[in-house]
Write a new protein. Structure first.
Length: 305
């Protein structure tokens, strides 16, 4: 199982050079990829473009771009420009986000998310692949033709956890990028559904990218309590709540990967056995020693993959 870094926790600093440095360090440490969420007022694709020069051949990806606030033609332009800047190493993570954000923050309507995503992909994917789209759907239309700044098509994964979105992810994209989803949910729902959809569409075996908070620490109880408090809001969002219920986790503190080196290795092995193809580590620590121990273990696991 490949190991990458989810650098999204660094967004609390609102510091673009710090984010670029974080990506550079991940590359120097031999990690397979570096992911950044599109939240707040820092543009994830711009950060990835800036990080391209100092990250070797490491994959760079968004985790994730929400579809509702940006038209597919605009996102295609941003993604292809970033793809050119990073030399063809971009994977675009997409998601519909959540009803409270769509309805309240953006003043839009979170309705028929599966139809929404299908329409979105029907506009976006031809633009990424050929620079041309001629699609008129219920939610999105794109009649457009333009020169592509990057010849290589970016990778594409969906934030898919429910059965219908997993079917879309497996049949139309490279796979799924998860959050707050553990081994039981991956084994019982995520991996079977997305693999079945890919096989039915005669597509390659999909990526199942599991991203969770992770900490190698001697204070497991304290760290789980801390993460449970700072990430409590995820437990109120239906899509994540459903995954945590399958896993038997009351909240994010229980969902995270945490413990000493031996325990964390066992938890990562369990994710691999369940069907995860990759782990995107959202590193958490109570001290610099915790962060160093976590990164060291991740390097060892990635090198052995």
């Amino acid at each position: 199982m490949k190991i990458s870094i989810n650098g999204s926790s660094e967004l609390i600093h609102s510091d673009v050079p710090r984010l670029v440095a974080h990506a550079k360090q991940a590359a120097e440490d031999g990690m397979s990829g570096w992911w950044l969420a599109q939240v707040g007022l820092i543009d994830a694709l711009t950060v990835l473009a800036l990080a391209g020069a100092d990250t070797g051949d490491m994959e760079l990806g968004t985790a994730v771009n929400a579809t509702f606030p940006i038209h597919p033609t605009a996102l295609a332009g941003k993604a292809l420009t970033t793809q050119s800047a990073v030399g063809g190493r971009l994977t675009l993570g997409l998601g519909v986000n959540h009803a409270p954000v769509v309805d309240h923050t953006w003043g839009m309507k979170f309705e028929k998310p599966i139809r929404h995503m299908r329409d979105y992909l029907s506009c976006l994917q031809p633009l990424l692949e050929t620079g041309t789209s001629d699609y008129a759907g219920d939610d999105y239309t794109a009649r457009f033709e333009g020169a592509r700044p990057a010849e290589q098509t970016p990778g594409l994964v969906l934030a898919a956890m429910g059965p219908q979105m997993l079917k879309v992810a497996g049949s139309r994209t490279d796979g799924t990028l998860l959050w707050m989803t553990g081994e039981k949910a991956i084994a019982s729902q995520i991996a079977p559904k997305v693999n079945e959809a890919a096989a039915a569409a005669d597509r390659p075996a999909p990526r199942v990218i599991c991203s969770l908070p992770i900490a190698v620490t001697d204070d497991e109880g304290g760290m789980r309590d801390f993460v449970g408090q700072i990430l409590a809001g995820y437990g109120d969002l239906p899509s994540y709540r459903a995954m945590m219920d399958i896993d038997g986790n009351a909240g994010p503190g229980e969902a995270m990967i945490c413990g000493d080196e031996a325990s964390v290795r066992q938890q990562l092995d369990a994710l691999k056995t369940a069907g995860a193809t990759e782990f995107a580590a959202a590193e958490i620590g109570g001290s610099s020693e915790d962060f160093a121990r976590t990164r060291s273990l991740l390097q060892e696991v990635n090198a052995a993959s």
